[in-house]
Ligand binder design. Sequence first.
Ligand code: P6P
Length: 338
Amino acid sequence: MKTLVEFIWEQQEIVGTATGEFSRLLNDIGIAAKIVNRDVNRAGLSGIIGDDGGVNVQGENQKKLDVMANNEFIKALRNGKQCAAIISEENDDVIVFDDKTTKNAKYIVALDPLDGSSNIEVNVSIGTIFAIYKRKSIGTTITKEDVLQAGTELVCGGYVIYGSSTMLIYTTGFGVHGFTYDPTCGIFILSHPDIKITDTGNIYSINEANYIYFPEGVKRYIKYCQEDDATTNRPYTSRYIGSLVSDFHRNLLRGGIYMYPGNLKNPQGKLRLMYECVPMAFLAEQAGGKASDGFQRILDMQPEHIHQRSPLFIGSKSMVEKAESLMREFSPDFLDAE
Ligand code: P6P
């Protein structure tokens, strides 16, 4: 049995960065995840189901659980003193910690504290998605260059899935590793070392209700998935939970593709680049998969603002590449058409 803390230290000794700051930061995320897990598991009993009454920067009604989870992660990261600033889906602006110790902290965390939270009212798995960047500036206030970093600069990407069991999955560029939470002793234990996604799969995940608004390349790919061709194991199976973390986690373990494309109503789609697409793309690539906006590698994209959206095609490499080839053939100018 190897705990999350033991594993982080072991990994840091391998990469020679066993300074302890990153280990503490990831452990702080683990602490917040345990608290959110407790509250999510009791949601029906503790009066935290329903709307908070607030509206986030995306114009979405905030759920009480969104606000609770956001507050828990901010508190854990502030108290841990390894994080200098937080980008959160639930906050319009960057949260900067400028007390005397934290202002020199090395890391910045981008966070979707509770993705898919509307599902909690019907007991569907949801998750937290996080991305950790190393700040560029030292000893000054946080700069724009610290905050708007491309995914290639990512130090760590991961998620927590609050499902039939609660798991924390992360990568620091040395493989993807999964830890299952044992609530009887309150620790995350290594259960899925070195996760790899199969090069192809037979699961496709997309909200087909938007079919008429999809670019032609996406329509062609959906029809490709539905064709009868035993030699390529088609028709595939359609699985769409409406929770990115849950759909991604299943496809990571079983093979498959998740797509949230742009459409005629929202050419950039719905998902946010910095704290949804990028951490998941880092995980997908580290597991041997692929992630793009249909044309460009997600990790190469330079964010212009912290809540920027991006289309997302992510999962088994050959499935993403097939979808990309149809986008190039049938919708080459889709993203330029804005
Ligand atoms: P739609 C949840 O709101 C989320 O951000 C992802 O977790 C999920 O995959 C997607 O949106 C669902 O969106 O438009 O299909 O309901």
